[in-house]
Design a protein around this ligand. Structure first.
Ligand SMILES: *[C@@H]1O[C@H](CO)[C@@H](O)[C@H](O)[C@H]1NC(C)=O
Ligand SMILES: *[C@@H]1O[C@H](CO)[C@@H](O)[C@H](O)[C@H]1NC(C)=O
Length: 391
C-alpha cells in the first residue's frame, strides 16, 4: 500500500478545513472518472498533464494526483478561491432553500463553481480546436481546475453560503470538536472508507477497475462504489446522470434578471423569449441561473438535487434550536457554554451511511467528470453528441 502524505488527512480527524472534499474525496472522484474514460482519452490527458509512464503494467498517467492541486494553490492564486463554491443570496438551510432565489447568486456572475466548470471546459475545447495537441500551460491549469471543480460541485456544502458552507458551525464527531463542513469533507468520508466490507480489499474480476487503482487507502471504497453502485443498483441511472434538459424546457421565468422581471411583470416570459430569439445565448451573461448550462454540459441542472440535500439532511435542524443554536457564534469571544451537536449518531451519520449518500455523490461526480473529459477529448464518433462513458 502506498501511504502518501496527502492521505494523512484521513487519519487526522477534527482539523478544521475550508477545503472541499478532503484529499481522499477528490482522489476517489478522479479515480472513478478515470475508470470510465474511453481508451483514446487518457493519452491526451497525459499530454496536457505532461506526464507519461512507460511501464506497460500501469496507465500512462493518473488523474488522482492532480485532483487536489486547486486546493493547494488557492492562496497563491487568490482569484481562484471563489471558484470552489456557489451560494444563492438568502439561502439558509434548512429553513430557507434557495438555488437561487429572486436575488440571484452571491458574488459576481460566473465567479463560482458552476462558472468555473464552464470556463475551464471552454478553455479545454479551445485547446482541442487549436489542433496541434501540444503541451500548454493554460490547458494544464484548466484541466487540473476542472477535475477539482466537478468534485466540489458534488459536495452539498459547496452549494450554500450559509456560515461559510458550514465551516463556522461547530459540532462534534465521535466526541471531538470539528465543524459541519469538515464532517462532510473528511470525517464522514474517512468513516465510509474505514467501514468498507473486507471482501473489497481483494481485486475485482474487472480489469478496467483494477488497472486504474494505485494501491491507495481508498481502493476498496472505489471497488465497492463501482461494483454495488455504478455496476449495480445505479446502473440504470448512469445515463440520466449525464443528461441535460433540452433548452426549451428551461423555466422561462428565470431567463431575465430580477430587475427585468419586476419591470416587465407578467410579460416577463414573453420578453425573455424575445430577448432569447434576438440575442441567442448572449443574454445568459446577465446572470440568469441557466447561464451555466447548455444541452451537453449542465452543471446548474446537475447540482440542483445536490443543493437540495442541504435542506433534506446535511444541515441538522437541531443546530438552530436550543440548546445548540449558539454554538457557531462568538468566534474570538468567550464561547458560550453550550453543548455541541454530535453528528456521529445513527440519526445523522447512520442515515448518510444507510442511504449511500457519499457513495452516490462521488459516483455521480466521477461519471460526470469522465463524461465531460470523453466529450472533450474523444475522437469524434458518428451520431454521439452528448456525454458518454466507457464501461
Ligand atoms: C514536462 O516534463 C518534463 C519531464 O519531467 C520536464 O523536463 C519539462 O520541463 C516539463 N514541461 C513543462 C512545460 O512543464
Ligand atoms: C475564462 O475566464 C477568464 C477569466 O475570467 C476569461 O478571460 C476567459 O475568456 C474565459 N474563457 C472561456 C473559454 O470561457
Amino acid at each position: 500500500m502506498h501511504w502518501r502524505p496527502l492521505l494523512a488527512a484521513l487519519a487526522v480527524s477534527g482539523i478544521p478545513t475550508v477545503y472541499g472534499w478532503g484529499a481522499a474525496g477528490h482522489e476517489i472522484v478522479a479515480t472513478i472518472a478515470q475508470i470510465h474514460l474511453h481508451p483514446t482519452v487518457l493519452p491526451k490527458i497525459c499530454t496536457i498533464l505532461n506526464f507519461t509512464s512507460t511501464n506497460p503494467d500501469e496507465p500512462q498517467c493518473h488523474l488522482a494526483p492532480i485532483a487536489t492541486w486547486a486546493d493547494r494553490i488557492r492562496f497563491k492564486m487568490r482569484w481562484s478561491a471563489g471558484l470552489h463554491y456557489i451560494g444563492a443570496v438568502g439561502d439558509h438551510p434548512q429553513d430557507t432553500c434557495l438555488y437561487p432565489g429572486e436575488r440571484g447568486w452571491a458574488g459576481h456572475p460566473g465567479g463560482n463553481v458552476l462558472g468555473g466548470i464552464r470556463n475551464t471546459t471552454g478553455i479545454l475545447r479551445d485547446w482541442v480546436a487549436q489542433g496541434d495537441g501540444a503541451y500548454s500551460d493554460t490547458a494544464n491549469e484548466a484541466l487540473k481546475f476542472l477535475v477539482h471543480f466537478l468534485g466540489d460541485m458534488h459536495m452539498p456544502l459547496h452549494l450554500t453560503g450559509r456560515d461559510r458552507g458550514g465551516n463556522s458551525v461547530k459540532v462534534t464527531f465521535d466526541g471531538r470538536q470539528t465543524n459541519l463542513h469538515s464532517a462532510w469533507d473528511s470525517l464522514l468520508v474517512a468513516k465510509a472508507v474505514r467501514t468498507v466490507p473486507a471482501e473489497y480489499n481483494h481485486p475485482l474480476p474487472n480489469r478496467q477497475i483494477e488497472y486504474n487503482l494505485r494501491g491507495a487507502i481508498y481502493d476498496s471504497f472505489v471497488r465497492k462504489v463501482m461494483w454495488e453502485g455504478v455496476l449495480g443498483k445505479w446502473h440504470g441511472d448512469v445515463e440520466e446522470w449525464l443528461t441535460c434538459p433540452a433548452p426549451s424546457s428551461l423555466p422561462i421565468k428565470y431567463m431575465l434578471p430580477h430587475w427585468a422581471q419586476v419591470a416587465f411583470g407578467g410579460r416577463a416570459g414573453r420578453v425573455a423569449r424575445l430577448v432569447q430569439r434576438v440575442f441567442g445565448h448572449a443574454y445568459f451573461d446577465i446572470g440568469a441561473p441557466e447561464m451555466f448550462d447548455d444541452e451537453v454540459l449542465c452543471p446548474y441542472h446537475w447540482s440542483q438535487p445536490i443543493h437540495a440535500l442541504n435542506c433534506r439532511l446535511v444541515w441538522p435542524k437541531e443546530i438552530d434550536e436550543p440548546p445548540y443554536s449558539h454554538a457557531g457564534s462568538a468566534e474570538g469571544e468567550l464561547a458560550p457554554r453550550v453543548p455541541l451537536l454530535e453528528l456521529d449518531t445513527p440519526k445523522y451519520a447512520g442515515v448518510v451511511e444507510k442511504e449511500w449518500i457519499l457513495e452516490e455523490l462521488m459516483a455521480q461526480a466521477g461519471v460526470r467528470l469522465a463524461g465531460v473529459l470523453n466529450w472533450l477529448f474523444m475522437d469524434p464518433v458518428e451520431g454521439e453528441s452528448g456525454l458518454t462513458v466507457n464501461l
